[in-house]
Write a protein that binds this ligand. Structure first.
Ligand code: NAD
Length: 254
């Protein structure tokens, strides 16, 4: 299936986890991809492994100018922009609300909230020029539910759900659709970090506890999240705007 033939998609947080899986799946379905993350070598390696129709670029999403460079790269290499996947995020430190420093809050918000804001702002002129497009923001089950010990992260993931709803209302008339991907616990680096911080030396106990809360009985995979993002980029999702798309194994059903 080549559901993304001819589309140009810019992706943040593309060097690992959900972002890399999405870059690979979107590319396999015919898209040209600009893959961005903090380390140039890491994104260039992903782009090189894909061959044609892929470019890697070092981008820190918390810097407005870096987001503009990402969009400029899409226009320079591929001549247009049809979708952005604003996916880069950090879990921050795990711990009680009243032990979180100002710096810890600011760091999580700089990446998870302002990084998304800058990405949207940078992409809008190019999406308008293309006559419409799709913005997919990676939120989380933490964007619709609370979680003990993760107050900056949970607050940031709720914030981008609010941002998405405002954008969907504002941009729908221009044919620009805005939605969030909301994964449950994913079997990847970020969950290993959260598990280890929650119970140092016994992360696997935390993993068992989280898995037991998922009706499917397991974490979801990077590829299962990527499949939702790819669908939301595609014309098959042309009527879908302004909503949260859970890939959580049923976590939020309970
Ligand atoms: N892993 C999970 O269980 C889970 C669950 C729900 C939501 N999410 C969200 O999914 C998204 C992707 O995370 P992941 O699970 O693939 O984990 P990950 O840590 O493998 O990927 C996040 C990527 O973002 C990059 N990044 C961090 N700060 C950045 C910055 N300032 N500029 C550019 N890139 C930056 C990292 O280098 C990394 O490659 C994140 O927004 C995360 O919050 C993850």
């Amino acid at each position: 299936m080549n559901t993304l033939n001819g589309k140009v998609i810019a992706i943040t947080g593309g060097a690992g986890g959900i972002g890399e899986a999405t870059a690979r799946m979107a590319h396999a379905q015919g898209a040209s991809v600009v893959i961005t993350d903090l380390e140039a070598a890491a994104v260039e390696a992903v782009a090189k492994s894909l061959g044609d129709r892929a470019v890697g670029l070092a981008v820190d999403v918390s810097r407005s100018a870096d987001n503009e460079r990402m969009v400029a790269a899409a226009l320079e290499h591929f001549g247009r922009l049809d979708a952005v996947f604003l996916n880069a995020g950090i879990e921050g430190e795990v711990g009680p609300f009243d032990s979180r420093s100002d710096a810890a809050w600011e760091k999580v918000f700089a990446v998870n909230v302002h990084g998304v804001r800058f990405g949207v702002a940078a992409a809008l002129p190019a999406l308008r020029k293309a006559g419409g497009g799709s913005i997919v923001i990676t939120s989380s089950i933490a964007g619709v539910r609370g979680a003990s010990g993760l107050s900056p992260y949970v607050s940031s993931k709720h914030a981008v759900v609010g941002m998405m709803r405002c954008l969907a209302a504002e941009l729908g008339a221009e044919g620009i659709r805005v939605n969030t991907l909301n994964p449950g616990p994913v079997d990847n680096r970020m969950m290993r970090s959260i598990e280890e911080q929650a119970n140092p030396g016994h992360g696997e106990e935390v993993q068992k506890m989280f898995s037991a809360r998922v009706p499917l009985g397991r974490y979801v995979t990077n590829e299962e999240c990527a499949a939702m993002a790819v669908f939301l980029f595609s014309d098959a999702a042309s009527g879908i705007n302004g909503n949260t798309y859970m890939v959580d194994g049923g976590y939020c059903a309970q």
